[in-house]
Design a binder for this molecule. Structure first.
Ligand SMILES: [Zn+2]
Length: 119
């Protein structure tokens, strides 16, 4: 891809660090390969929300409250296995233990406020 000044969009040589036109420093945009925890978080939260909705549709006998309780107890106990039994992906495939662990770690980091927003 052509290197362009991020300020004035003038074409720059690979070797140029500063734009010869406006003097703006060129900041290398490195590809963010690491998964953004917030992104991962939102994906998993999305899965959980869909699960909530899905369970309510497919299994009417699951009251949202009881599911919420099971979900909360899995989180409280930090039990990924328990969580995998409750949570599924959008396409109804079960979440993996690793995903459940990541989810629990994120809850640890972010606190449970985010969950409560959805509960
Ligand atoms: Zn420039």
């Amino acid at each position: 891809m052509e290197k362009k000044c991020q300020s004035c969009t003038r074409s720059m040589k690979e070797s140029e660090k500063f734009c010869a036109n406006c003097g703006e420093e060129y900041v290398e945009k490195t590809q963010e390969k690491k998964i953004n925890p917030k992104m991962k978080w939102s994906i998993i939260v999305g899965a959980i929300i869909l699960l909530f909705a899905g369970h309510q549709l497919l299994h009417g006998y699951y009251s949202p409250k009881s599911l919420e309780k099971r979900f909360e107890s899995a989180v409280d106990e930090g039990d990924p296995i328990k969580l995998t039994k409750i949570a599924t992906h959008e396409d109804k495939t079960p979440i993996t233990e690793g995903e459940a662990e990541a989810f629990l770690e994120l809850i640890d980091e972010e606190g449970q406020e985010v969950i409560e927003q959805f509960a």
